[in-house]
Write a protein that binds this ligand. Structure first.
Ligand code: NAP
Ligand code: ZN
Ligand code: ZN
Length: 347
């Protein structure tokens, strides 16, 4: 077993602190990754604060990981020492259910193994990427194309795939009007990706304070949702709305913006239920949907798509000692648009 440096949350409300944790021995199919950068996702915060249910503390979170392969097991064929690799939100799944067999391990019917806070196959609780090293089965390790800036690539492993997957599933592209609700980590990636796919993109943010950024990232239009006129002006206009907001919103108001056969897909994951009146769906034959990250094959496709189109998250690189401050800034929407931790500073 390898003992490594990490930052852990000791409880649901105490600041994260430096700790030493162990990583399992490298098995025949495992890859040891020397982590270089780890992104901060709002899900890390929901999880630690037990907003989605009780967890076992202390916990090391982080599921936007990039690093270099430091060691491979005897049967590993997909990765070699020195390769640039990434790990997202999952590190294993059953591999047998119909969803796994379809390459959609995120929907594993037996429950995939999350990168943190899940029961691993050896019975231990998985610990995430706010750390210097991690051991992962080679099938859940992605290749990070050389052309992508390494630090800025980290958020692609969650924010990137979580927005890419629904945009692909609901066929964002030329002739499609796509709205992105919330200009945070996921939202800013949804804007870049939908624009690269050829869709007409509108940002719906609470205020116009990030409008210049939105237009620079590829949005065609930008509206403030705190202005009631927005909902009048845009009603019946979108084919697809991607809601990335981490808090409850007034669903009926947003559903009213869908044109005939339009879909609103929720990727934001507030703890509270979102009340829905079905009559809003009857109008225009609207759909309301959810989407969770993406499968391994699609995550690789997204990384390659980003390399091909020169898409990279807008990031702020921080030291580990700044994590608690960064979390406060995420909670106050003061992030442009993803914090990435330099793993060298876990030492
Ligand atoms: P984030 O960077 O904090 O962005 C969330 C954005 O939501 C903010 O930038 C803000 O946008 C808006 N917002 C925040 N509080 C709000 C409020 N009270 N009312 C209205 N708007 C508000 O978070 P993130 O990392 O992108 O994650 C977003 C959500 O997606 C989280 O709930 C996270 O857990 C979830 N998530 C889901 C998946 C999945 O697989 N489905 C994967 C990753 C993350 P404006 O300032 O522009 O209004
Ligand atoms: Zn995430
Ligand atoms: Zn499965």
């Amino acid at each position: 077993m390898l003992t490594v440096n990490a930052y852990a949350a000791p409880s649901s409300d105490a600041p994260l602190e430096p700790v030493r944790i162990t990583r399992r021995d490298v098995g025949p199919k495992d890859v040891l990754i020397e982590i270089k950068y780890a992104g901060i996702c709002h899900s890390d915060i929901h999880t630690v604060r037990e907003e989605w249910g009780p967890i076992k503390h202390p916990l090391v979170v982080g599921h936007e990981i990039v690093g270099l392969v430091a060691e491979v097991g005897s049967e590993v064929t997909k990765h070699a020492v020195g390769d640039r690799v990434g790990v997202g939100c999952m590190v294993n799944s059953c591999r047998e259910c119909e969803n796994c067999l379809a390459g959609e391990e995120q929907y594993c019917l037996n429950g995939n193994v999350g990168t943190y806070g899940s029961v691993d196959r050896d019975g231990t609780i998985t610990q995430g990427g706010y750390s210097t090293h991690v051991v992962v089965d080679e099938d859940f390790v992605l290749r990070v194309p050389e052309s992508l800036d390494f630090a800025a690539a980290a958020p692609l492993l969650c924010a990137g795939i979580t927005t890419y997957s629904p945009l692909r599933h609901w066929e964002a592209g030329p002739g499609k009007r796509v709205a992105v609700v919330g200009m945070g980590g996921l939202g800013h990636m949804a804007v870049k990706l939908a624009h690269a796919m050829g869709a007409e993109v509108t940002v719906l943010s609470r205020s116009l304070s990030k409008k210049d950024d939105g237009l620079r990232l590829g949005a065609d239009h930008y509206f403030a949702t705190e202005d009631a006129k927005t909902f009048e002006e845009l009603k019946n206009s979108f084919d697809l709305i991607v809601n990335t907001v981490s808090a409850p919103i007034d669903l009926a108001a947003y559903l009213g913006l869908l044109r005939r056969n339009g879909t609103m897909v929720n990727v934001g994951a507030p703890a509270e239920p979102l009340p829905l009146t079905v009559f809003t769906l009857f109008r225009n034959r609207r759909s309301f949907a959810g989407s969770s990250i993406g499968g391994i094959r699609e995550t690789q496709e997204m990384l390659d798509f980003c390399a091909e189109h020169g898409i990279i998250p807008d990031t702020e690189l921080i030291d580990a000692s700044y994590i608690n401050e960064a979390w406060k800034r995420v909670l106050s929407s003061d992030v442009r648009y993803r914090f990435v931790i330099d793993a060298a500073t876990f030492a």
